[in-house]
Design a protein around this ligand. Structure first.
Ligand SMILES: [Fe+2]
Length: 398
């Protein structure tokens, strides 16, 4: 009985410490840090978890708090710190679980359909592993039981937005995010994802950054994103993983393939086959805090419907202040691993896991955060990769 209670208490405090350390880690990783600094923070954070567990068990069983003749005041200051950290973290864990469980799509959502494309059922003569898995140590990670990296969720989500002009009613945008070309997942996978995107026939294709982790794989672009053509165009920004590499080379290659760079700027587009009197739509791009500046929207009409591509959802407050109507983001990957009941844990954002993925109405802005298509590590649990078509309707449309 005593041992069981102590172990239960230790488990709660350990979960609390793990939560507290990731809460801090997520906020630190939201900042524009070089790769070496990230490794210097991530590795000790993981290493301290088992150390905390050992110290905590030693502390609890040494003192036998509450159930023996010791009291909390017998703890050393260091042991007290361990306990307080665990309690604070546990309260944060309860709070984030509550927020995760209470998530609902915004009221402006009019329809949501989705289907799964399971790449593990190949119709080819080769096995799916031979087609979609590259060599290297990550191959074993990709093959872990239950890994959802190769089951893509293809969704169509429709929203009514108050400022959408009637001329733009039905505007459709296919949003791609976080491809992270690295080699563990092959070019064939991304080509197959792009086939799915092409079949959605949107007005606009947008890509919100983190294209690659291996500069040599830039030659995958012509047969992947290079094939996408929207009726109005295809626009991109880059992300922090592109910033680690030669981002100018990536920009040049994407532009060569017909994509328009929205980094730190905005453009006005008009409906296809329309006259100049049709209201323009403003498309803007934001790669801060890693590259460039916020786009200057002062030269565009305040009446224009505004769409912002921002790699991180952390720019949501700035978007609200600029009367952005729709903001499309990625970066956080939905946490890649979501725990049952609790939800995501790792999410490099100053909001922690709050905007790890999903759609949020933050008036006057609708924020759409994609789970992305892949990641640095090809591992996903309760967090499938995502390809989404966003359809916008006016408030009065039937
Ligand atoms: Fe990413």
């Amino acid at each position: 009985m005593f041992v069981g209670l102590m172990l239960f208490l230790a488990l709660m405090l350990f979960a609390g410490y793990a939560k507290l350390s990731t809460v801090i880690l997520n906020r630190i990783l939201a900042r524009p840090l070089p790769k070496w600094a990230i490794a210097a923070i991530e590795v000790p954070q993981l290493g301290l978890l088992p150390l905390y567990a050992v110290l905590l068990i030693q502390c609890l069983f040494q003192h036998g708090l509450w159930l023996r003749d010791r009291t909390w005041f017998d703890l050393t200051p260091f042991q007290g710190l361990l306990i307080v950290a665990g309690i604070i973290g546990f309260l944060l864990l309860v709070r984030s679980t509550w927020i995760f469980q209470r998530y609902r799509p915004p009221q402006c959502e009019r329809a949501h359909t989705s289907r799964l494309v399971d790449f593990r059922h190949s119709s080819e003569a080769q096995t799916w592993q031979a087609i979609y898995l590259g060599p290297g140590p990550m191959r074993g990670v990709a093959l872990l039981p239950g890994n959802q990296q190769f089951t893509l969720e293809v969704s169509t989500k429709t929203y009514s937005l108050p400022r959408l002009p009637s001329e733009w009613d039905g505007l459709s945008i296919v949003h791609l995010a976080d491809t992270h070309f690295r080699g563990a997942v092959t070019r064939a996978y991304f080509e197959a994802v792009c086939d799915q995107a092409i079949a959605m026939q949107p007005d606009l294709f947008v890509f919100t950054g983190d294209l690659l982790d291996d500069a040599e794989l830039i030659d995958w672009l012509p047969t992947t994103l290079g094939r996408l053509r929207g009726k109005i165009g295809q626009y991109f920004i880059l992300g922090n993983h592109d910033w680690y590499l030669d981002s100018n080379r990536v920009r040049a290659e994407l532009e060569h393939l017909g994509w328009l760079d929205l980094s730190s700027r905005c453009v006005e587009v008009r409906p296809p086959n329309s006259t100049n009197s049709a209201p323009a739509l403003v498309l803007a791009g934001d790669e801060t805090p890693w590259m460039g500046t916020h786009p200057n929207l002062n030269q565009t009409s305040t009446d224009s419907f505004r769409i912002l591509l921002s790699h991180t959802p952390d720019n949501i407050q700035w978007a609200q202040s600029q009367q952005i109507d729709l903001m499309l983001s990625g970066h956080t990957h939905g946490g890649q691993i979501q725990l049952p009941l609790i939800g995501p844990v790792y999410s490099p954002s100053r909001y922690g896991c709050r905007y790890a993925s999903g759609v949020f109405w933050k008036a006057p802005t609708l924020l759409v955060v994609s789970r992305g298509i892949s990641g640095r590590e090809p591992i996903r649990y309760l967090c499938r990769p995502e390809l989404t078509k966003v359809v916008l309707r006016t408030m009065s449309a039937q």
